[in-house]
Design a binder for this molecule. Structure first.
Ligand SMILES: Nc1ncnc2c1ncn2[C@@H]1O[C@H](COP(=O)(O)OP(=O)(O)OP(=O)(O)O)[C@@H](O)[C@H]1O
Ligand SMILES: [Mg+2]
Length: 134
């Protein structure tokens, strides 16, 4: 399903709605270039899951844990699935929380087979095309 947004707020709102379709243990892979809006979308997911903490990019921590309900990954600086495994990051893929993964292709070989996919394409300064796949 394709969606079009024209502000970060709209992308956040879409993420919030999308969160309502998620179930315990779901793993969501977020594709899109730098600045596409993956973290904005994740902020919406957090809101939709009822998480009140401020969600920020986990770039330097690789993964932020929001009370075991949401695990937000940024794999930009990881270069292999082995790295992710070594850091203990893959365990949460099989937990009850929802995992949201930015830059999933960097750890492609350790991603669970069962996952959902969202792709964000920057089509202009403030416009985005967001494809949600089951
Ligand atoms: N329609 C839109 N949806 C999402 N973000 C938008 C939109 N229009 C403008 N922006 C801006 O684009 C930027 C998106 O940043 P964000 O951190 O969410 O990207 P990202 O995909 O997580 O990047 P990175 O790979 O670096 O983590 C923000 O500065 C946001 O304000
Ligand atoms: Mg990000």
């Amino acid at each position: 399903m394709k969606h079009f947004t024209s502000s970060a707020e709209e992308t956040l709102a879409l993420g919030e709605k999308y969160a309502k379709t998620l179930e315990k243990g779901d793993v969501v892979l977020l594709y899109g270039d730098m600045g596409a809006g993956k973290t904005a979308f994740t902020k919406g997911i957090a809101k939709g899951l009822g998480i009140e903490e401020n969600v920020s990019s986990p770039t330097y921590a690789y993964m932020n844990d929001y009370g075991g309900r949401l695990y937000h990954y940024d794999c930009y600086r990881l270069s292999s699935g082995e790295d992710a495994e070594g850091l203990g990051l893959t365990d949460y893929f099989y937990s009850d929380g929802v995992c949201v993964v930015e830059w999933p292709m960097n750890i492609a070989d350790v991603l669970p087979k069962k996952h959902k996919k969202v792709t964000i394409i920057k089509t202009g300064d403030c416009t985005r095309e967001i494809t949600i796949e089951e």
